[in-house]
Design a protein around this ligand. Structure first.
Ligand code: CAA
Length: 261
């Protein structure tokens, strides 16, 4: 991939790592950075050799401290709408990547930063992380999905309290309410993220991809329709080499070697 201005992109052991890299501004998301995130997301979606993705922030202080307030200040209504539309479009692309995406939250994840984490599949945080949706402090509301994904993840009551007060919460509190899965020491954060990504990468890529799609597409359907979706997807996997290999390897008492086909 071409070199980015605001992101660092690396791939190791089939795991892509995207680092938001504007530490002077606590990695605040401006339009240029969002465009780069959109480009790198397209690239990852088209590269079947990548089995999992990790997002993290550069520097000691922040994952992403929100959308860029300096850029937003002078926007008019249509420009504000366009910014939200673009942010929601990019984050939905990220959410719908075939590969699982893990947010490794190393510091502030506020506003657009918390929303970015919400669009990921799995969230882990260091003890230094602080999360929140402080938009009401700025006279606005979340524009990158926070008013919709947060209640779906943590429930209506807790989400409304966070959205209406704008309060930041600690990593431990975020784990307590189900906003993040694990809290680790700062020095252990990337190791933990890579451990989870590696664990996923060792499994059948198609089984993982289909599981993600079934959860994402079935979650807002009624149970009957979502179970029907599961049945169709389950059936489809029996046309794959991954299924033959997985079951044959089990019966031959060896480790499966998956091709993602
Ligand atoms: N946008 C633009 N610049 C930001 C920023 C943001 N979201 N967050 C931090 N910065 C900048 C600061 O302006 C400062 O720049 P200067 O050195 O040029 O003054 C630099 O980053 C360092 O920040 P602070 O000096 O403020 O650092 P701190 O340690 O004192 O405070 C903080 C840290 C509590 C995170 C504080 O920076 C803060 O409150 N940031 C804003 C958080 C926020 O409101 N985010 C939501 C944005 S709105 C949004 O995201 C809308 C949406 O849904 C799409």
């Amino acid at each position: 991939m071409d070199k980015f201005k605001h992101l660092i992109y690396t791939v190791e052991d089939q795991i892509a790592i995207i680092t938001f890299n504007r530490p002077k501004y606590l990695n605040a998301l401006n339009s240029e950075m969002l465009k780069e995130l959109s480009d790198v997301t397209d690239h990852i979606g088209a590269d079947a050799s990548i089995r999992a993705v990790i997002l993290t922030g550069a520097g000691e202080k922040a994952f992403v401290a929100g959308a860029d307030i300096a850029e937003m200040r002078s926007k008019n209504a249509m420009e504000g709408r366009k910014f939200s539309q673009f942010g929601n479009w990019v984050l939905s692309k990220l959410e719908n990547l075939p590969q699982p995406v893990i947010a490794a939250i190393n510091g502030f994840a506020l506003g657009g930063g918390c929303e970015l984490a919400l669009a990921c599949d799995i969230r882990i945080a260091s003890t230094r992380a602080k999360l929140g949706q402080p938009e009401v402090i700025l006279g606005i509301m979340p524009g990158f999905g926070g008013s919709q994904r947060l209640p779906r993840l943590v429930g209506l009551g807790i989400a409304k309290e966070l959205l209406f007060t704008g309060d930041m919460i600690t990593a431990d509190r975020a784990r307590e309410i189900g906003l993040i899965n694990h809290v680790v020491e700062p020095s252990e954060l990337l190791t933990k993220a890579k451990e989870i990504a590696g664990n996923i990468a060792a499994k059948s890529p198609l089984g993982v991809q289909f599981s993600k799609k079934a959860v994402n597409e079935g979650f807002d359907l009624d149970l009957e329709r979502s179970l029907s979706l599961e049945t169709e997807m389950f059936g489809m996997l029996f046309s794959t080499e991954d299924q033959k290999e997985g079951m044959t390897a089990f019966l031959e008492k060896r480790k499966p070697v998956y091709q993602g086909k």
